[in-house]
Design a protein around this ligand. Sequence first.
Ligand SMILES: [Zn+2]
Length: 90
Amino acid sequence: MDATTKKLVRQRAGDCCEYCRLPQDATPFITFHIEHVIAKQHTPDDDNLNDLKRLALACDRCNLFKGPNLSSIDPNSGEIVNLFNPRTDN
Ligand SMILES: [Zn+2]
């Protein structure tokens, strides 16, 4: 991923994690990750993996907790629910 793409993702996110809204300034010793909202393993033949609409800025905790997952089990209802997608969800 080139430096221009990384810069554009950071600017769009306001330099805050797009999942928990933690500002990068709050963790100066840990650089936030540019992550694929839909992990590469789910779209192995996609040639546009680094398209801006596929990327998000995430703090280390959110990115590591989310991993490659797209859904999880709601602890209250027991139902499978989609994880937050910063490109399509409010
Ligand atoms: Zn976060």
